[in-house]
Design a protein around this ligand. Structure first.
Ligand SMILES: Nc1ncnc2c1ncn2[C@@H]1O[C@H](COP(=O)(O)OP(=O)(O)OP(=O)(O)O)[C@@H](O)[C@H]1O
Ligand SMILES: O=P(O)(O)OC[C@H]1O[C@H](OP(=O)(O)OP(=O)(O)O)[C@H](O)[C@@H]1O
Length: 410
């Protein structure tokens, strides 16, 4: 196998048992002296589709025709990419921790870590866009990124598959925004913007970091004369600096737009985004360990996310039988639980006699409806109400896992 390397430390055989790259064959370990700050080894080329003059080709390692398959089949360890920094990093670790998947990182400058609960799996910390690139290149099997990053850098590639589409954090939208003053003061929709006479004599200048989604959106919305300037951050400054007429960027609270005298317009939202779990389809199909680890991560995530908005409520209620108590509980709309209440007799002792005069009822209640549910329980004779948080609600079969197997035809 031959490799030619550009811009990277040379790879050489390393026999240390403490290698931070356990899944690489020994002959491709990074030299010990360079381990403090490991760098990408199997990156591949990604090009911007627009504009041409900014097209970049970041070929870090060139593989010969046979190397990828040889390497992938040699790699037995499942690789899970997590955001190394930025907005998604802390929330991702928090969610995994809530699912009892504690990511153990030896030190913050090492980008590889492990989750002791998941055997034969390495966590690799990467920038979100690099997670998508490395999934495409086959250097990662699983990853957590924002849907926006997945859409921009995944380029619609069918080898990437969304395993969980709503991890409940990183909510934002990719939106077109224009100044709220000057020639744009009375412009309130994409349609009005596209019909402004100005764009016949000169192009509409859009600042964005979304070089794949941006041009497509503008074209689909009838903008014929558009130029793009590319920036990675602080895009909201571009109109005030005279660099752009509009920006295409992520919006969450809308504060940054407002503070920079910009506004969103009708029809200007390209996509709604939140954190998602993505997998490489080929890895799922070909490697049982990838499927097994994915299933466990997904089951924990689904069960936890299902539970997170619920309380479990226990109460005692006087009644002649479980059926009679059930009838009273079910008459209250807020007390129906997930499938119905669990009711069991409480054997209390009165005058030396043990009788099931009381029944204990257990239900799941949405957090938002807790107080209403407690009131309804009291109205039907409930007492001694106990409320506790829920960690997991496991279904008989995880719905998203079932869907995934169908999609993979497995
Ligand atoms: N204002 C926001 N509110 C909520 N989530 C956001 C917001 N901005 C970005 N995100 C989400 O967080 C992800 C990571 O954003 P972040 O700005 O941390 O990194 P990045 O800009 O994509 O990475 P890099 O710094 O490598 O360019 C985004 O892809 C998006 O999914
Ligand atoms: O609607 P808001 O809640 O105000 O958030 C929107 C801002 O958040 C993101 O930037 P970030 O803070 O990540 O910094 P960046 O501009 O350097 O990417 C995004 O690019 C917007 O600038």
């Amino acid at each position: 196998m031959s490799l030619s390397l550009l811009h990277l430390p040379s790879l050489q055989k390393c026999s240390s048992p403490l290698s931070p790259y356990p899944s690489l064959p020994p002959c491709f370990h990074v030299p010990c002296s360079e381990r403090r700050k490991p760098r990408a080894i199997w990156s591949t080329s990604i090009s911007c589709c627009f504009p041409q003059q900014l097209q970049q080709s970041v070929v870090v390692v060139e593989r010969n025709a046979t190397s990828p398959s040889v390497l992938l089949s040699e790699r037995k360890v499942v690789r899970f990419g997590l955001p190394s920094k930025g907005r998604m990093a802390a929330d991702t670790l928090d969610l995994l921790k809530d699912c009892q998947l504690l990511v153990k990182q030896v030190n913050p400058r090492q980008y590889v870590a492990e989750i002791p609960q998941l055997s034969n799996l390495e966590v690799w910390f990467q920038r979100p866009k690099d997670i998508v690139r490395k999934l495409l290149a086959g250097d990662l099997d699983l990853g957590i990124v924002g849907f926006d990053t997945f859409s921009e850098y995944g380029l619609g590639n069918e080898d990437l598959i969304i395993v969980h589409n709503a991890l409940g954090y990183g909510d934002c939208r990719l939106s077109l925004a224009i100044p709220n003053h000057g020639i744009f003061e009375s412009i309130n929709s994409v349609r009005e913007l596209s019909q402004m006479p100005q764009w016949t004599a000169k192009p509409l200048r859009v600042a964005t970091g979304f070089t794949h989604l941006g041009p497509k959106f503008m074209k689909d919305n009838g903008f014929l004369n558009v130029t793009f300037s590319i920036a990675d951050g602080a895009l909201e400054a571009a109109p005030a600096m005279g660099i752009a007429d509009a920006i295409l960027d992520l919006v969450s609270s809308g504060t940054t737009l407002k503070e920079n005298n910009l506004k969103e317009i009708e029809g200007g939202v390209l996509l709604e985004s939140q954190a998602i779990l993505v997998a490489r389809k080929k890895s799922l199909i070909e490697q049982k360990d990838v499927r097994d680890r994915t299933k466990e991560i997904l089951e924990r995530l689904e069960a936890h996310l299902r539970a997170v908005d619920q309380f479990t409520v226990t109460a005692h209620m006087r009644g002649s039988s479980a059926e009679e108590v059930a009838g009273r509980v079910r008459s209250q709309p807020s007390l129906s639980g997930l499938e119905g209440p669990t009711i069991s007799p409480v054997f209390s002792k009165h005058n030396g006699k043990v009788t099931p005069d009381y029944h204990a009822i257990v239900i799941c209640v949405p957090k938002k409806a807790l107080y209403k549910s407690v009131q309804q329980l009291r109205e039907i004779g409930g007492s001694g109400v106990l409320v506790s948080p829920l960690t997991y609600i496991f279904e008989e079969v995880t719905p998203r896992w079932k869907e995934l197997l169908l999609k993979l035809q497995l």
